[in-house]
Design a protein around this ligand. Structure first.
Ligand SMILES: [Zn+2]
Ligand SMILES: [Zn+2]
Ligand SMILES: [Zn+2]
Length: 104
């Protein structure tokens, strides 16, 4: 483990981590999509310290919650929105951030 590493940057894309980011057992933090791509396309290891990691581990580490919005039209009517909730929207995704506006 390297204590000098900046805490809140995804080491793959070098962008700031957000609510979709996950922390691996080795304590390195990545966007979920970045580490998944890395595992699929490059190798089953942490790109930073090369500790073994696989997709199942990544998925079990996901901490963000799904949007609480219910889809009100179309083929997925009645199902829970599949987007990731954003903390700033109080548990809703960007599209569902207003409770009264979830049928668009
Ligand atoms: Zn990233
Ligand atoms: Zn690591
Ligand atoms: Zn939503």
């Amino acid at each position: 483990m390297d204590a000098n590493v900046a805490e809140d940057v995804c080491y793959i894309c070098r962008d700031n981590n957000d609510e979709t980011s996950i922390t691996l057992p080795c304590k390195h933090k990545y966007h979920k999509s970045c580490i998944e791509q890395s595992i699929k396309l490059i190798s089953t290891e942490c790109p930073y310290c090369r500790r073994y990691v696989n997709l199942q581990m990544v998925r079990s580490l996901i901490t963000y919650t799904r949007c609480k919005g219910i889809i009100k039209s179309g083929v997925h009517k009645g199902e829970q929105c599949k987007c990731n909730a954003k903390h700033i929207y109080n548990g809703y995704c960007g599209r569902h951030k207003k409770k009264d506006n979830i049928d668009s």
